[in-house]
Design a protein. Structure first.
Lengths: 71, 71
DNA sequence: ATAGAATAGGGTAATTAGGGTA
DNA sequence: CGTGTCCTAATTACCCTATTCT
C-alpha cells in the first residue's frame, strides 16, 4: 500500500517511456493513462501508475527450456 | 539494483543488430527479448539488455542456451 | 513583476504494428 | 524455422505559437 502519490510532469513520463511529451499528453487525452489537471490546464501523472505501465514483460526472461519435446 | 536504463526504439535495436525492425518485433513477440509496451502499443527495449545481447559469445554469459537443445 | 523553461494545441511526416507471403 | 518484403491502419515525432509554471 503505497500512499506515495507523487506526481510526474509530462516531460518526466516522456523520458521514462522514451517518447515525446506530446505523446504522453495524447495518452491522457485518450484516457489511456490517468491524469490530474492543474487549474492552468497542465497535466500531472501518478508515478505509481506510470511505474506499473513500465513493468512490461521486460523482466520476463523466458525460462526457455529445451521445449522441443514432440509428443 | 533497479537501474533506470534508457529505452530503445525498435528501429534503434534493429540498427544495432543490422536486422529489420520487423525482426526485432518478432523477437519480442516470441519472448526472446524483453519489451515494454507503450499505452499506444509500440514497443521499447532496455538498452542494457540489448547491449548484453550484442555481446554475443564474447561474454559467454550463458543466460541460457536458447533453443537448439541437443537430442 | 520579469525572465526562462515547460506545456497545451493543431497540423504534417516518419515510424511501428499486424497479417500474409517468399 | 528464421528473416526480408509487401500491404493497410494506428501511433508517434517534429513543426509552429500562445499560455502556464517555476
Amino acid at each position: 500500500m503505497e500512499t506515495e502519490d507523487r506526481l510526474l510532469t509530462p516531460g518526466e513520463v516522456a523520458s521514462l517511456f522514451r517518447v515525446d511529451p506530446k505523446t504522453v499528453t495524447r495518452w491522457a487525452a485518450a484516457g489511456r493513462i490517468g491524469s490530474i489537471r492543474t487549474p492552468g490546464g497542465h497535466r500531472r501523472f501518478r508515478e505509481s501508475e506510470v511505474r506499473a505501465l513500465l513493468e512490461g514483460d521486460a523482466g520476463a526472461q523466458a525460462t526457455f527450456d529445451s521445449g522441443h519435446a514432440q509428443p
